[in-house]
Design a protein around this ligand. Structure first.
Ligand SMILES: [Ca+2]
Ligand SMILES: [Ca+2]
Length: 256
């Protein structure tokens, strides 16, 4: 699929709880994609990082598979009062790649119902659809190089104005035109997600993806999800070899 062509053909096939039809119509979407298990290497500190403060003891540092309460983590990092708007910053570096093509990674965010599917294609937030209709999830923009150690692209979520039927938000990174350019996550370093209280600018949670990816062309970095009335973050770190097509199949968006 030509992602730069605008994804004009995306349609949800799941507006009436037809997720089974979606799954069976995209059987190859997740083939062999999900990365290895929990228990890999420890997150490594980035000694060249000069623009983002090193994680302190007040910032929860997640390992793959770990789930943490947003409110408790924020409180532990000194955020006063209830969380309203959080920023999920995602970053990466591509300095292992010396090919001729552009190497453009993109954040894709899926706003999901309790069944893990989008309401419709407008809940699929990316560079050509930078927010959901209610405006409670907004993508910063499209970084084309990944240069620098801070956030390369970020997503702001207003937890108080999210539609109540949105119970999960998945944050993914894909490589634009990975197949035609012969690029994969084996050429990507220092991928991370971090969560910041947008009001105070306080970072309170960080997940450094420590796994060595190879042929994958899409990553599910993590998920915000509502559990017992409270928002939590799960560090997922799963790679997919079928790129955006696999993600769309997973979350009920039909990519044609
Ligand atoms: Ca980009
Ligand atoms: Ca970067």
């Amino acid at each position: 699929m030509n992602i730069s062509g605008g994804l004009g053909g995306l349609n949800t096939t799941n507006t009436n709880n037809q997720q089974q039809a979606t799954e069976t119509s995209q059987p190859a979407g997740l083939g062999g994609g999900i990365g290895g298990g929990i228990g890999g290497a420890q997150p490594t500190a980035n000694s060249t990082n000069t623009t983002t403060p090193a994680p302190s003891s007040n910032i929860v540092s997640l390992k793959k598979g770990q789930k943490v309460s947003l409110a408790k983590s924020a409180q532990g990092a000194g955020v006063n009062g209830p969380l309203t708007t959080v920023k999920v910053g995602l970053g990466w570096d591509t300095n292992k790649y010396d090919g001729q093509n552009e190497f453009d990674l993109d954040v894709f965010t899926f706003a999901l119902k309790a069944d893990g599917k989008v309401r419709n294609a407008s809940d699929f937030v990316f560079y050509n659809n930078k927010k959901i209709p209610e405006g409670a999830i907004v993508l910063s923009g499209d970084n084309r190089t990944g240069a620098g150690s801070g956030d390369d692209e970020s997503v702001e979520i207003n937890l108080t104005s999210l539609p109540p039927e949105i119970e999960k938000i998945a944050f993914c990174i894909t490589i634009n035109e990975a197949e035609t350019r012969g690029q994969n996550f084996g050429m990507v370093d220092n991928a991370f997600a971090r969560i910041v209280d947008a009001g105070s600018g306080t970072e309170f949670m960080r997940y450094d993806l420590s796994e060595d990816y190879s042929i994958e062309t899409a990553l599910v970095v993590g998920e915000l999800y509502k559990h017992g009335g409270e928002w939590k973050f799960r560090a997922v770190g799963s790679g997919f070899t079928e790129g955006l097509v696999a993600l769309c199949a997973e979350y009920g968006v039909s990519a044609e």
